[in-house]
Design a protein around this ligand. Structure first.
Ligand code: GLN
Length: 321
């Protein structure tokens, strides 16, 4: 290991060494406290099957290259990505259709409104504000190649599995649970998008969006997805990685994004299923699953554990010592 010294003479570890030095024992030491914190969260009720999961599940994986990882907890338990798919949908489309096709029609501004806010979209006159909220992702889902929701979801799934070396599958039961309920808001969003000229086919866009949200994997799959934007990759340009990381930093936790940019200092994305992915650029990824969420839609246990790890191991991008 090459040692670097700060002005005061103490050894400066780089983020690579810091992330690599985390062991299973380090992860284990936060287990009890994370589970206590997770009790302050709730399971989402608007998707019936999400409200039935065991709320004290906890899993974490740290991946620093494609073969080695540190993992702890219920790591084999699959969960649906929900909004965790959004950064990877964006990444795929940047690679597939390019920046102009994406950003001529979706913005990059953060929002202080909830992820499914109709008021935000209305005040933006139907223009999706950013790719990390529902309006942006429903619009982006309409750019996926394929003629049916299934072929569109499949093209994304295939590319992600092949590029990241993960094994995402479509959770059909969750999809059936999502379809009848909770869709009114997303349908209203799609209606506004259509009226503003961003969508042609509302049903196709909503059904595609629902399917990609129901792609399911474990924390190991999620951590591997994270490597797509953490490390150089032959299928992905570094400019696109930069874009996705910066939008995760500014918009990935919705209204709480700037708060956690200060508290944690890493690009992070959440999903209402309780998954969380954090990126340490050039070094690796941290994936956490803890299903109880706060009122914004972010995993309570996940954010707690991530914050402890980042502080204890000085992983923030803004850390100067
Ligand atoms: N499919 C979910 C929804 O549209 C995803 C939301 C989320 O994970 N924040 O409500």
């Amino acid at each position: 290991m090459k040692l670097t010294y700060g002005i005061s003479g103490h050894v400066l570890l780089n983020s690579h060494d810091r992330l690599n030095s985390i062991t299973e024992a380090h992860l284990k030491q936060w287990l009890t406290e994370t589970q206590v914190q997770a009790r302050f969260g709730k399971l989402p009720t608007y998707v019936p099957r999400l409200s039935q999961v065991q709320s004290d599940l906890l899993a974490v994986t740290i991946q620093t290259d494609r073969t080695s990882s540190v993992a702890f907890g219920n790591v084999a338990k699959p969960f649906v990505l929900m909004s965790l798919v959004k950064p990877f949908l964006l990444l795929f489309l940047l690679a597939r259709v390019g920046r102009e096709a994406v950003f001529s029609r979706v913005g990059i501004e953060p929002s202080d409104q909830p992820f499914h806010s109709i008021a935000q979209l209305a005040s933006d006159r139907g223009r999706p504000r950013n790719p990390m909220i529902n309006s942006g992702a429903i619009f982006l889902a309409s750019l996926l190649p394929g003629n049916t929701p299934t072929s569109r979801c499949e093209s994304l799934r295939y590319w992600l599995n092949k590029s990241a070396g993960c094994d995402l599958t479509l959770d059909e039961e969750m999809l059936a649970s999502v379809q009848p309920l909770g869709n009114e808001t997303n349908r209203s969003i799609a209606n506004l998008l259509k009226r503003a000229g961003y969508l042609n086919d509302i049903d196709l866009a909503i059904e595609t969006y629902n399917q990609i949200c129901c792609l399911s994997g474990t924390v190991v799959d999620l951590a591997r997805l994270g490597l797509l934007i953490a490390l150089p990759h032959p299928n992905v340009s570094s400019d696109d990685q930069h874009i996705v990381n910066s939008l995760m930093m500014t918009c990935g936790l919705y209204e709480a994004s700037s708060q956690y940019s200060m508290r944690i200092g890493l690009p992070i994305k959440s999903g209402v299923s309780g998954g969380l992915i954090a990126i340490v650029p050039k070094v690796g990824s941290i994936a956490i699953y803890s299903p109880a969420i706060d009122e914004i839609g972010n995993s309570v246990g996940g954010l707690f554990l991530l914050e402890q790890l980042v502080h204890a191991h000085r992983l923030s991008l803004f850390q100067t010592d």
